[in-house]
Design a binder for this molecule. Structure first.
Ligand code: MN
Length: 284
């Protein structure tokens, strides 16, 4: 029995299948955790989603921003973006089953000494804050999918006339989020955070390499309020890439950007790095 954690697949299903072969995954014996963003940008989101749905009893997956993006398109909340590759999923005969499964995924998963989350957490959040935030987001998504997603995209503030730094997490008087403001703000942090300023406020516009982090900002994981011995497993930050430290492990090695897909075995820290298959990675 092994538990492997896989970084952002983003529709790179060919690479994923090669990785599965290499880790000799057996659904009846092993478990697979995903850091979210199963879909979008890569060529076969539908294949990836169908595989995940078929193996749903053997896997754990947390929601990523691209997974929410799929749901938002399904609900008609936002139009497709130029680099989206979600049409085959949206047009599939089993789209309802797949999207309902995605919508039921958690925002965080905690087991033993590990916390799995797509992007990260606020430095000031302790474990109960994190679980409350994830619960707010999941509850809002379950109760009112369209309303929650509309709130999420209004909190994001990145519509067509997006301005730099216009999408920072709002306070109580920030952009309209309606009754889902708390859930939408929490979801935005959990699925999109990379850096925070000196006050611990996320700057969502930044997605570069650590060397280009703006002055006065730092990666969210530099200081966290988690119990000693707990390790956060996350993805989302392809420009950071594979990073393994005692407190935080980034598994997004940029498969969709012609990098690789990485799996980490939780029992012993073994890493398996599978280079992007031809056709999966987009030229940079
Ligand atoms: Mn992401």
């Amino acid at each position: 029995m092994a538990t492997w954690v896989v970084g952002d697949v983003q529709g790179c299903f060919s690479t994923f299948r090669r990785l599965l072969d290499r880790i000799e995954f057996r659904p009846e014996r092993d478990r697979l955790w995903f850091a979210g963003d199963l879909v979008n940008r890569g060529p076969d989101s539908l294949g990836m989603l169908r595989w995940a749905y078929r193996h749903r009893d053997s896997i754990v997956c947390v929601l990523g921003n691209h997974d929410l993006h799929l749901l938002a398109q399904r609900e008609g909340v936002i139009p497709a973006r130029r680099r989206d590759t979600l049409v085959p999923v949206l047009a599939a005969p089993d789209a309802d089953d797949l999207c309902d499964w995605v919508a039921g995924l958690p925002f965080v998963h905690r087991e033993d000494g590990f916390l799995l989350v797509h992007a990260g957490v606020l430095p000031r959040w302790d474990l109960s804050d994190i679980e409350a935030a994830a619960g707010d987001a999941k509850g809002a998504l379950a109760e009112d999918r369209g309303g929650f997603l509309r709130a999420l995209y209004s909190v994001r503030g990145d519509g067509p006339r997006r301005k730099k730094n216009a999408d920072e997490a709002p306070g109580p008087n920030g952009p309209a989020g309606g009754r889902h403001l708390a859930g939408a703000t929490a979801a935005s942090v959990l699925t999109r955070i990379r850096i925070v300023d000196a006050a611990g406020i996320p700057s969502f516009a930044f997605d570069g390499v650590p060397e280009t982090i703006p002055p006065g900002h730092r990666p969210w994981f530099e200081s966290v309020s988690l119990p000693a011995g707990m390790t956060v497993l996350f993805g989302h930050w392809a420009a950071l890439g594979l990073m393994v430290s005692e407190r935080a492990v980034c598994l997004d090695s940029g498969c969709v950007w012609n990098g690789s897909l990485t799996a980490l075995r939780l029992e012993d820290g073994a890493l398996m790095v599978q280079p992007a298959a031809e056709g999966d990675g987009q030229p940079l």
